[in-house]
Design a protein around this ligand. Structure first.
Ligand code: HEC
Ligand code: HEC
Ligand code: HEC
Ligand code: HEC
Ligand code: HEC
Ligand code: HEC
Length: 252
């Protein structure tokens, strides 16, 4: 191709598909589910082995009412599918799902409600998603909901605790500039304040990140894409890695 024609071609390519071009340049990202299903999981560590259908858990529905820390710190759910020992007996005892599904905080753990959880169907309840989503600030990826803005604008007030006397939250709001190892790539930014709206220090420190900037070993996009570091949440529940600019604001 002649040079001017080539430049025109490239300009058109970027004008028509800036996102696709940015994405395709470096990484193979996993396919994205429908926004209503992003973050939905079927729990089947032991259900089918014990004669019941897998239980549906939907992140969008629960995070509208509770912060991540309620479940992933106070109630002891792991951030890895199929690793928490949730059983019928423990639920009946008021642990795990039963901490809320007790007939007061949420519908009870009673025979008439077994099927509301044990649906075996990842799409059950998805019909309620759109009516909720239209009331929220929007984004282009994941659930297509800007969950940070929703809290900042007061559209959502997810509970931070279920405890009567919760420990005092630690205040820490340092913004970090995380330089990418590649010269052409603008840095990523990490806001402690935005994350602390949803999470607890213990969700990240010390298991995922060292408490000292730039000391976490193997912290790069390849590992993010493996579901580690930022990718632990930003592939599965929080807005996905496809949204390059939201972490690397100077990348267009
Ligand atoms: C609030 C949601 C919820 C409700 C209501 C519920 N379950 Fe479950 N149940 C779960 C989850 C989650 C698991 C763990 C699934 C897994 O990872 O395999 C589970 C696991 C089970 C298991 C397999 C583990 C074990 O303990 O043997 C059985 C059996 C079971 N439930 C029976 C019932 C029955 C019977 C009812 C109705 C009385 C019921 N469940 C109501 C969420 C629920
Ligand atoms: C009402 C409880 C609840 C809330 C609130 C909640 N989660 Fe979860 N989360 C769960 C359960 C249950 C699982 C599955 C655990 C298992 O199977 O062992 C899970 C699993 C996960 C996983 C692993 C998914 C996978 O495919 O391996 C991630 C990541 C995660 N949650 C992140 C979050 C984030 C981020 C938030 C807040 C925006 C959040 N969760 C809010 C209950 C909750
Ligand atoms: C922190 C509190 C909390 C925990 C923990 C929790 N839930 Fe819920 N859940 C709720 C609330 C509140 C609702 C909506 C209100 C209602 O329907 O009673 C709800 C609704 C649901 C629904 C929608 C059902 C329907 O018919 O509309 C399902 C399914 C469900 N939860 C499954 C689970 C499972 C499975 C677990 C455990 C893995 C779990 N929940 C843990 C609070 C919780
Ligand atoms: C969502 C994950 C996440 C949460 C939640 C989180 N942090 Fe961090 N924190 C990080 C990351 C990422 C780094 C940088 C690590 C690196 O570069 O190796 C960091 C670094 C730090 C540092 C070192 C900063 C520096 O300049 O060297 C401190 C101190 C810290 N965090 C304290 C906290 C406290 C206190 C809380 C709770 C109020 C908290 N963090 C919550 C992810 C988190
Ligand atoms: C433990 C889970 C978790 C980890 C690990 C995590 N995040 Fe997040 N992040 C969240 C949640 C929850 C939100 C709220 C938005 C959402 O869920 O879509 C968020 C939001 C953000 C936002 C949007 C802020 C805004 O103002 O809109 C950015 C940017 C971001 N994260 C960058 C990062 C980077 C960079 C890393 C790795 C250094 C990281 N996150 C690691 C859970 C996590
Ligand atoms: C959730 C936040 C987040 C998102 C979304 C994200 N990145 Fe990154 N990216 C980072 C962080 C943090 C680093 C720096 C890691 C380090 O400290 O070395 C990074 C580093 C990089 C690097 C440098 C090479 C490397 O492996 O460290 C490249 C290239 C890159 N990102 C490209 C992209 C592209 C292209 C997208 C969109 C498809 C994207 N990133 C989306 C957080 C993110």
């Amino acid at each position: 191709m002649h040079r001017p024609a080539l430049l025109l071609f490239l300009a058109l390519l970027f004008a028509l598909a800036p996102q696709a071009a940015a994405k395709g340049r470096y990484f193979d990202l996993p396919p994205l589910p429908d926004p209503a299903l992003y973050g939905n999981r079927l729990l089947n560590r032991s259900a089918e082995k014990n004669g019941v259908k897998p239980a549906l858990f939907s992140h969008w529905l629960h995070r509208a009412k509770y912060t991540c820390r309620v479940c992933h710190v106070e109630l002891g759910f792991n951030m890895e599918l199929g690793t928490t020992e949730i059983t019928e007996a423990r639920n009946q005892h008021g642990e795990y799902c039963g901490a809320c599904h007790d007939g007061k905080e949420a519908f009870g753990h009673t025979p008439d409600n077994c099927d509301r959880c044990h649906t075996g169907d990842l799409t059950a309840g998805a019909d309620k998603f759109n009516a909720f989503a239209v009331t929220m600030p929007r984004t282009s990826y994941g659930n297509n909901i800007d969950w940070v803005k929703a809290v900042k604008e007061g559209k959502l007030q997810p509970k931070r605790t279920l405890l009567a006397n919760p420990p005092q939250a630690i205040a820490y709001d340092k913004d970090l500039k995380l330089d990418a190892g590649w010269t052409m790539i603008p840095p990523a930014f990490f806001s402690h304040a935005d994350h602390n709206l949803w999470l607890d220090c213990a969700n990240c420190h010390p298991d995922i990140f060292n408490v000292k900037k730039k000391t976490t070993a193997h912290f790069s996009m390849r590992y993010n894409l493996d579901g580690k570091f930022c990718g632990l949440c930003h592939l599965r529940v929080s807005f996905p890695l496809d949204d390059c600019d939201r972490c690397h604001p100077a990348m267009h």
